[in-house]
Design a protein around this ligand. Sequence first.
Ligand code: NAD
Ligand code: DAU
Length: 356
Amino acid sequence: MAILVTGGAGFIGGNFVLDWLAQSGEPVINVDKLTYAGNLETLKSIDGNPAHLFVKADIGDRAVIGELLRTHQPRAVINFAAESHVDRSIDGPGEFIQTNVVGTFNLLESVRGYWNELDEAARAAFRFLHVSTDEVYGTLEADDPPFSESNAYEPNSPYSASKAASDHLVRAWHHTYGLPVLTTNCSNNYGPYHFPEKLIPLVILNAIAGKPLPIYGDGQQVRDWLFVKDHCAAIRAVLAGGKVGETYNVGGWNEKPNLDVVKTICGILDELKPRTDGLSYAEQIAFVKDRPGHDRRYAIDARKLERELGWKPAETFETGIRKTVAWYLENTQWTANVQSGAYLQWVEKNYADRNS
Ligand code: NAD
Ligand code: DAU
């Protein structure tokens, strides 16, 4: 038995692979293209583990993926691979269409070819789990109920539109070809190994570097935050017990305006690594030009997952964010290496014309 994971050198995929191998002896074939967001250093602690096979490849490469599937005969494929950053999708949507839409299509075709060749028992047991986002549902008003699995898809950014398209392909491959698929739609993750282009790691690292903490618009946009290890546990639960063809919303019941998130991080840093001048890191907060088409609020109703599969998050935002800040303070080597030339170029480009 083995599973094949795509995007397992990224933030969530990397955490998933580490947790999987810590909890199970079942081998993982880890396929990642190693884009700017893929980082083998995240997987350093499993170097030499015979249960982990890393393969640098594109999910869209049917020859390589088909060969890997036939050689290793995984009982499941979990698709984390994607372009994942909304601001980058606004700056250049092409890669998002290529990987998230065309790549997912090619992956589905590779998997369908493999699955068709399996014997009856293996076909019945096989699962394709597609990891998606709550952003496919669009945006909520302040008093709207949270997103449930029956909400209409109303994606607003090139990123969320590309993820919505991939979800539709996955759904169609089940209805048309019978491929045994599962889809999860999760809210904002945070935790160790998060690439510092995203709000939480960016703010932690900017704060300790003495740089401005950029808040888009008025900072009152609301996100639901889930500790990444809780997301990994949810994916394991859906893989083990999810009903084929169904979608499951995953969330932390932690709705927070961005400004509150940033102030919370500043408060924890004030305690763990006080500024030498005695002032709070909150002094570094800087309001900058908003993200175009910025979704105002996301919130997730995760009751289906709890009711049907018994999953609920183990961390509150308060416990998870403290662990996260501590992790970044302790893992300076990982963060120093990640903040390479290409990273700096992106940061410069993204924030150059935002200062207002
Ligand atoms: P990430 O950007 O940190 O990692 C993505 C990984 O995919 C990288 O390792 C990258 O090298 C790899 N990759 C990209 N294109 C590829 C391709 N064509 N072939 C093979 N590998 C490729 O992303 P993440 O935050 O870990 O997100 C993982 C998945 O979870 C994505 O599908 C994302 O849409 C979804 N998701 C993310 C969040 C979040 O808050 N980060 C929340 C809900 C859902
Ligand atoms: O909701 C799930 C999604 O969460 C995932 O599907 C995406 O892959 C993931 O990147 C994340 O998307 P967001 O756009 O919500 O995450 P980000 O960290 O980029 O931004 C979080 C919020 O903070 C958002 O409202 C924009 C705001 N923000 C972001 C940055 C980078 C700022 O105010 N300043 C910033 O510098």
